[in-house]
Every structure is written in structure tokens, then in C-alpha cells.
Write a protein that binds this ligand. Sequence first.
Ligand code: ZN
Length: 312
Amino acid sequence: MYKWFRMLRHMFCAGLALLILVPPAAAQDEDVSLAGVIDFHTHAGPDSRPRSMDDIEAAQQFREAGLRGMVLKNHFTMTGDRAELAMAQVDGLEIFGGVVLNRSVGGINPEMVRQMVAFEGGRGKVVWLPTFDAEHNEYRVGPDGGMAQPTPDDPVVRVLEDGEPVAPLLEVFSLIGEHDLVLATGHVLPDEVLAMLPAAKARGVRHVLVTHPFHQHATIEQMHQLAAEGAVMELDWFAVHRGSYDVQLYVDAIREVGAEHYLITSDFGQRGNPTHVEGLRAFIAALQDAGVSGEEIDLLARTNPARLLGLD
Ligand SMILES: [Zn+2]
């Protein structure tokens, strides 16, 4: 009897020592719940860039993982119609699309936006300003489809002229306001965004999503200004995954400006990268490990994207 007691006591002490010596385990990606999560930056095929899966496969994976929704983004063509087709194939998921105003759709082209909102299904919800064709973007898509250094001769899509929004952009703002769309800022510089926001608001734009501001080298001061203007800023996992910066940069910004002003996205879909679902799980696990609270993660991954899309 006593022998048993001694053995149990030893086991108890050893267990206690283990508890004290072993630090709490890091959040495991597979334990992360994606229930209710919306990915506002989902790349999928068909595309002119190499993608890891098509829209339908992405939607199926999202539904299996319990996500609430996705926003399909393509740099060169409209995705509102594709979102409608994917919704018809995969039940139980909110799928949205939009259009990026690069040269392939005529640049800042109000007629493109007018057509998008008229398309059956009404899933075209986001208008992104130019990305690869933005005047100050760091790289261009070369003739072979790969990334190339910009040259002064590259055709670009300008959003401002003498510091003021170009005339067709004002028309685009009116359409965004009229149809309650989201103005996403693409690869336009933070100062350009700040310069155009008064005109956008005057024309009824209510939802502004600043596309990955760190990629455009936004300072904390600019992010404070964007937050004060009511803009939500996107933090993407792709940039952390490829090593452009550490997730701590995001955590510091969330601490400094507030989780209510940000949302998180995968920006995945590149061939060779993990899936969107894996990216989002890794993102949330990394935020948890860095001490971001459950309430803050709810804002970043669930509430803020839903609010911009008019859900709830
Ligand atoms: Zn992207």
C-alpha cells in the first residue's frame, strides 16, 4: 500500500516539475478555428498568373474548414461573376468578388464598375485601385508574366493629377457610394490615399479598405491618419510567409492603432504556397502566440470584414 502511495507521489511530483519546466505550448495551427472567418484577399484560378487552385476548389476548402466567406481577387479581370458561379457550386459560403482598376480593364474606368454592379447575382462588391499598374508600384508584370523592375516608359494608371483625384476616379467614387461598394486601395501610396479620401467621402464612399499598407511603406503616423478617416487596413499573411517582415510588425501596429482598424487576409493562392486555409490558421496561431486576444482576433478575422461587406 505504502509503495503505491510513494510511486503515486513520485509521479505527481514529476508531473508538477514538468508543468513548471515546460513552457506553455505554442498555438497549434490545426487547433485554430476558422468558424466565421472571412478572407478578404483570396487569389485563385483561372488566372494569367500561376495559381495553386481554382475558385471552386478554394470555396470547397473554405467550406470544409468552416469559414464564413471569401473575396476573390484577380489583378486583371472582374471576379463578381466568378463569385456568383462559385456560390452556385458551393453552399454555405458567402463569396464576393470585385474588380482591380488596372490597365486590363481600362484603368480608372467607371463603365467597368457600372457593368460589374449590373451583373446577375450582385456579388461584385469591391473596387480596388491599380495594383501592378499603379504609378508608384515597386514592380510590374513583365511580358513573360514574371515580375520586372519598373522603367520610366511603363504605362501606368494614375489616380491623382496635381494632387487631386482624376475625373474618372470621382465618377468611380460616386458609383461606389451609390451601390455601397468597398473602395480598396490596391498598391496606391498611403499619401495618395489620404489625399483622395475627402473627395471619396464627399461622393458617398463609406467603406475603405487600405490594401496591405506595410507593402506600401505606410508609417504608423499615416496609419493613425487612415484610422482617423475610418479606413480599415489589411494585414496579409503572404508577406510574412515570404519573409518580407515579421508578424511582430503587425502586432505592434494593432497595439498602437487598435484592432478595430485592421483586418487579416491570406493573400494566398500562388502556386507553390500553402493553401489559403493553412495560411489563415498559421496567421491566427502566430497572432495568438504574440499575445493578441481572442476578442481582437474576432475583430480582425470576423467582425471587420463582415462589416465592410455589409454582412450582419
Ligand atoms: Zn494579392
